[in-house]
Design a protein around this ligand. Structure first.
Ligand code: DAT
Ligand code: MG
Length: 149
């Protein structure tokens, strides 16, 4: 079982696409195990996107992601990380497959609607930035219900 941090970015919330994005992930069979709405501050954004701190778009990215509220969530499932990346589509919506979230709703490489962790190692770090352990539930397939940890 894998977990991934999914952020529904400011543009998606502003455009009323949160439900659509959540729905597409649920329909793949992934389970929500944590979710909250918040506005990221600069410090959190700089840590979350720390890997990009030398990139020319870093400051704009931090400005955008802190510009209005987001929904932070953790989705769980078998091979969740790759499945979510596929469901999101490529970073640049112009290159994202049609049928993917970015391919269907995106236009701009920065305002690309959704974040999903790109590896198990990064998922663990990113989830810890947004959620305390007790805020994350586990979905038990054997009993078909969520349990608190
Ligand atoms: P992804 O979000 O697909 O994992 P990433 O980790 O390479 O993509 O980049 C993080 C975010 O930074 C991305 O969602 C949007 C922004 N970004 C990436 N490349 C960019 C570029 N060339 N110009 C502007 N923003 C960019
Ligand atoms: Mg990334």
């Amino acid at each position: 079982m894998e977990r991934s941090l999914v952020l529904i970015k400011p543009d998606a919330i502003q455009r009323g696409l949160a439900g659509t994005i959540i729905s597409r992930l649920e329909r793949r069979g992934l389970r929500i195990v944590a979710m909250k709405m918040l506005q990221m501050d600069k410090a959190l954004a700089q840590r979350h996107y720390g890997i990009h701190k030398e990139k020319p778009f870093f400051n704009d990215l931090v400005k955008f992601i802190t510009s209005s509220p987001i929904i932070a969530s953790v989705f769980e499932g078998e091979r969740a990380i790759d499945i979510i990346r596929q469901t999101m589509g490529a970073t640049d919506p112009a290159k994202a497959a049609s049928g993917s979230i970015r391919g269907d709703f995106g236009l701009d490489v920065q305002q690309n609607l959704v974040h999903g962790s790109d590896s198990a190692e990064n998922a663990k770090k990113e989830i810890e930035l947004f959620f305390r352990p007790e805020e994350i539930l586990s979905y038990r397939r054997d009993v078909d219900r969520w349990i608190t940890s």
